[in-house]
Write a protein that binds this ligand. Structure first.
Ligand SMILES: NC(=O)c1ccc[n+]([C@@H]2O[C@H](COP(=O)([O-])OP(=O)(O)OC[C@H]3O[C@@H](n4cnc5c(N)ncnc54)[C@H](O)[C@@H]3O)[C@@H](O)[C@H]2O)c1
Ligand SMILES: O=c1ccn([C@@H]2O[C@H](COP(=O)(O)OP(=O)(O)O[C@H]3O[C@H](CO)[C@@H](O)[C@H](O)[C@H]3O)[C@@H](O)[C@H]2O)c(=O)[nH]1
Length: 323
């Protein structure tokens, strides 16, 4: 049985929907940003906090958990700059409590949702896992601290992990049953689609004076279902013990600027966006694009869905959004 912490959230719920086809799944989520409607009906659900040792003890005592997938976190770069304490308490302190419970109950396999924000401002165009990590915001730092703790735990204890550093997750499940729904929404692609659906009067571009071809930030947008596939492969190699510790980027290897994203959303919806250029948002690097060669070489994972498919799925979800 697999424990998915944060399985009611955007990325976690997509993983759960695929994982229940292969494994028994239990979701632990406090529903702070997640949605109960997003949890697949074949998964068990415990509403509780990952920083609560009593809830964790009860789960690990009652269910034969073989691995933990940990999506539960706060994950907004801008908010982390304004309120770092929230990030260190939830992303670091509560994760330590989860790890403590795993060690206590001898649960040895851990998959951790990390981020491209651990790299900071990379000097190279294509980021691989060997480059230095110098996060420039508390969110990225909170994730890197856990990565470093995992390294130490794996050296000292019988403990195995895969860290997945996602780039920008977007898109929705192929059936449009679940998709991205954050309140408030801060992510670029859903915001552009909300605007094009007439629910928001304009889209703001945060800075057009970056050192990029059109002046706007470049990101690597990865389909949420491609991320789910990467988790399932990571779980397989941990369970069959062919990988004991590993850190992988998970991205497409293609960077799109904010303007290019707006244009692609316009092309897919057949509507025209009203765009305003505003100040830069604090904590945003100019360009983050992944090399995902390592995860391809080790696990055979590659992104299967392109940007057009990604935005189409997000648009279909938006038109049918249930929560
Ligand atoms: N969305 C992205 O582009 C992206 C990119 C890189 C990494 N990540 C990471 O992936 C993970 C999932 O991100 P998401 O976009 O699905 O976010 P999300 O907010 O939709 O999901 C997080 C889930 O965790 C739950 N949660 C948070 N704190 C909790 C706690 N203390 N106890 C129990 N449950 C708790 C929330 O209720 C929510 O259901 C996060 O760890 C995030 O840092 C996301
Ligand atoms: O209204 C908006 C919203 C965003 N942006 C820009 O669009 C890009 C993407 O922003 P957003 O969708 O908010 O994602 P990021 O801030 O890049 O962060 C996401 O991607 C990171 C990995 O790269 C994850 O770690 C974070 O959890 C996740 O929120 C950035 O350059 C933003 O400045 C705008 O110009 N206008």
């Amino acid at each position: 049985m697999i424990l998915v912490v944060g399985g009611a959230g955007y990325i976690g719920s997509h993983l759960v929907k695929d994982l229940v086809k292969k494994e028994e799944v239990i979701v632990l989520d406090n529903l702070s940003t997640g949605h109960i409607e997003a949890i697949d009906k074949d998964a068990l659900f415990v509403q509780g906090d990952l920083g609560d040792p009593k809830v964790l003890d009860s789960i690990f005592m009652h269910y034969p958990i073989q691995a933990v997938m940990h999506f539960g976190a706060n994950s907004l770069i801008g908010e982390s700059v304004i309120n770092p304490q929230k990030y260190y308490l939830n992303n670091v302190s509560s994760t330590l409590t989860l790890l403590e419970a795993m060690l206590k109950h001898q649960v040895k396999n851990f998959i951790f949702s990390s981020t491209a924000a651990t790299y900071g401002i990379p000097k190279v165009r294509l980021i691989d896992e060997s480059i230095d990590t110098h996060p420039i915001n508390p969110y990225g730092k909170s994730k890197l601290i856990i990565e470093q703790i995992l390294e130490d735990y794996a050296k000292a204890y019988d403990f195995h992990y895969v860290v997945l550093r996602y780039f920008n997750a977007a898109g929705a499940y192929e059936t449009a049953e679940i998709g991205e729904s954050h309140h408030p929404e801060t992510h670029l692609i859903p915001l552009v689609l909300h605007h094009l659906a007439g629910e928001k009067d304009k889209i703001s571009i945060f800075g057009a004076d970056y050192n990029t071809p059109d002046g706007t930030c470049i990101r690597d947008y990865i389909h949420v279902s491609d991320l789910a596939d990467a988790h399932i492969l990571a779980l397989e190699v941990l369970m069959n013990k062919s990988v004991k510790t590993a850190t992988y980027n998970v991205g497409n290897g293609i960077g799109y600027s904010v303007r290019e994203i707006v244009q692609m959303c316009e092309a897919i919806t057949g509507r025209t966006a009203k765009v305003e250029i505003t100040e830069r948002r604090t904590g945003d690097p100019a360009c983050l694009v992944a090399s995902s060669e390592k995860i391809y070489k080790d696990l055979g994972w590659r992104a299967k869905r392109n940007l057009e498919q990604l935005i189409e799925s997000a648009w279909t979800w938006h038109l049918n959004q249930k929560y």
